[in-house]
Design a binder for this molecule. Structure first.
Ligand code: EPU
Length: 421
C-alpha cells in the first residue's frame, strides 16, 4: 500500500511569518452545534484540516446542506433529518461525540457510533453520559458499538462534573441550551474553546452565562436561530509554531494569536531561554544557542496544555541538564518517547513523567502515533542531523493547516513523498 510520508532534513534556520488558523477544538464543536439552528449558520476562520471535512460530511448525512470553501462554511439545517450516523466517520475522530449533545438538544433523540480519536490512553465519556442522564435522557449502549440517547423531555438540572472535562462541559451546554429550565454545570472546564462555543450558542439565541469560569448557567430556550461566527485562533497550533521557532527560528512572526491563551507555554519557553517579543495579536520568537532545563506539568486551563506537552519536548534535548515533563491529564500520552529514542534522544517515561537529557538528535524513520506526537516529531526533525522520515502523517493532517507548505515557506528543508509500506 502507498502511504504519504513527511521528510525533513534538519539544521536549517527558519525565518518569516505564519498566520494561525481558527481553533480545531472550537471548530469541531461548533460545526455539530450548527445543526441546532433552524436556519443558516455561517462560520468563518475554520482551519483547513481533515477533522473539519469529516464533520461537514457527517452533517450532510443528516440531510443538511453545507458549503465549505477555504476557511468558510455555510450550514443550512432547515431540511435536517435525524438519521442514524454511520460508524466509520464517527470513529475517525473524538469530536463526533458533539453530535450527541446537538442531536439530543434538537430532537431529544439520537443514535450514533462510539467516538474514536487519538490513542492517548483511556478516554472515557462517562461525564458526558452523566450529564445527558441528569437532563432526562435514557442512554443505551448495550450493543457496545452505538449509543442510543432518548429523552421524553429534556429538563434543566444541576450537574457537578467529577472530572474537569472540555468535552463533557461543551456537550452538556449543547443539549441544555434546548432543555426546559435552568442547567448549572459545576466544576466546568474553563478552556477558551468552551467560551468560544458558548459565545456561538448565545449568538444563536441561547442563554449561557459563566463560560470561562467553573460555574456555567444555561437557561434553556425553545429554538436557536442562524448566525455568523468567527472561530478563535488555535492556541495549540500557535504553541506548536512557537516551539518550532524556539527550535530553529530567527525572528519568526506568528500572527492571529491571543497571547493570553498561550501564556503557560510562553512562560516556560522564556525560562528555557527562548527570545520572545509579545504584541497584541502577534508574537516574534527566535531560537537561542543556550537553553536551561525546565520542568513542565500539564494541567487544565489556565495550566500548561496537555496538547503542547509533546511539541515542546524536543526543545528539552537542547537544554543544559535534565528536564521532566509530567502529563496529569493523559498520563499515557507518551508514545512519542520511543520515536525520540530512535532519533538518539536520551528520553524515558515512567508513570506519567518523561525525563529528558541533553542529546544530539539524529534523523531516523519515525511514526506519528497521534496528532501532537506528529507535531513533536516535526520539531525533532527540524533540529536533527540528516533526514527524518515521519510515517502515519494522516494524524498530523487532522489538526494542522498546510503544515508542510508553511514550513517550506519559512525555509525548512521539508517535503512529502509517497512510499510503499
Ligand atoms: N475524562 C473522563 N471522563 C469523561 C471525560 C473526560 O474521565 O467523561 C477524562 C479524560 O480521560 C482526561 C480528562 O478527563 O483524562 C480530560 O479530558 P477532556 O474531556 O477534557 O478531553 P476531551 O474533551 O476529550 C479535549 C481536546 C483534546 C485535549 C483535551 C484536554 C477536543 C476535540 N479534544 O479532549 O485535544 O487534549 O480536551 O485539553 O476538544 C488534541 O487536540 O490533540 C486533543 C487530543
Amino acid at each position: 500500500m502507498m502511504q504519504e510520508v513527511i521528510k525533513i532534513k534538519g539544521g536549517r534556520t527558519l525565518k518569516g511569518e505564519v498566520e494561525i488558523s481558527g481553533a480545531k477544538n472550537s471548530s469541531v464543536a461548533i460545526i455539530p452545534a450548527s445543526l441546532m439552528a433552524t436556519d443558516t449558520v455561517k462560520l468563518e476562520g475554520l482551519p483547513k484540516i481533515s477533522d473539519v471535512e469529516t464533520l461537514v460530511s457527517l452533517l450532510e448525512d443528516l440531510n443538511i446542506s453545507t458549503q465549505l470553501e477555504d476557511t468558510h462554511l455555510t450550514v443550512d439545517p432547515s431540511q435536517i433529518k435525524n438519521a442514524v450516523l454511520p460508524n466509520h466517520k464517527v470513529e475517525s475522530l473524538r469530536a463526533s461525540y458533539y453530535m450527541m449533545g446537538a442531536l439530543l438538544g434538537r430532537f431529544k433523540k439520537c443514535v450514533i457510533g462510539l467516538p474514536g480519536g487519538c490513542p492517548l490512553g483511556p478516554r472515557p465519556i462517562d461525564q458526558h453520559i452523566k450529564g445527558f442522564k441528569a437532563l432526562g435522557a435514557e442512554v443505551d449502549e448495550s450493543d457496545g458499538r452505538t449509543m442510543k440517547l432518548e429523552a421524553k423531555q429534556l429538563k434543566g438540572a444541576n450537574i457537578y462534573l467529577d472530572i474537569v472535562s472540555v468535552g463533557a462541559t461543551i456537550n452538556i451546554m449543547l443539549a441544555a441550551s434546548l432543555a426546559k429550565g435552568q442547567t448549572v454545570i459545576e466544576n466546568a472546564a474553563k478552556e477558551p474553546e468552551v467560551v468560544d462555543v458558548a459565545n456561538f450558542l448565545n449568538s444563536m439565541g441561547a442563554k449561557i452565562t459563566g463560560a470561562g469560569t467553573s460555574t456555567i448557567k444555561i437557561n434553556g430556550v425553545e429554538s436557536l436561530h442562524g448566525t455568523t461566527h468567527t472561530i478563535i485562533p488555535d492556541r495549540i497550533e500557535a504553541g506548536t509554531y512557537m516551539c518550532i521557532a524556539a527550535a530553529s527560528g530567527e525572528r519568526i512572526k506568528i500572527h492571529n494569536i491571543i497571547p493570553k491563551h498561550v501564556e503557560p507555554l510562553t512562560v516556560k519557553l522564556k525560562e528555557l531561554g527562548v527570545d520572545i517579543e509579545l504584541g497584541d495579536d502577534f508574537m516574534i520568537v527566535s531560537a537561542r544557542d543556550n537553553y536551561h532545563s525546565v520542568d513542565i506539568k500539564t494541567l487544565v486551563y489556565p495550566g500548561f496544555a496537555t496538547d503542547l506537552q509533546q511539541p515542546v519536548t524536543p526543545l528539552l534535548f537542547l537544554a543544559d541538564g535534565p528536564s521532566f515533563v509530567t502529563d496529569t491529564i493523559y498520563p499515557e500520552r507518551f508514545r512519542h518517547v520511543k520515536e525520540l529514542q530512535n532519533m538518539n534522544g536520551a528520553i524515558d517515561s515512567d508513570r506519567g513523567t518523561a525525563t529528558i537529557k541533553p542529546s544530539k538528535l539524529q534523523g531516523a524513520d519515525v511514526y506519528a502515533s497521534d496528532l501532537r506526537a506528529g507535531a513533536c516529531l516535526i520539531v525533532a526533525g527540524l533540529i536533527a542531523k540528516d533526514v527524518t522520515t515521519i510515517f502515519n502523517v494522516r494524524h498530523i493532517y487532522r489538526g494542522y493547516t498546510d503544515i508542510v507548505q508553511t514550513l517550506k515557506r519559512l525555509g525548512a528543508d521539508i517535503w512529502t513523498e509517497k512510499v510503499e509500506v
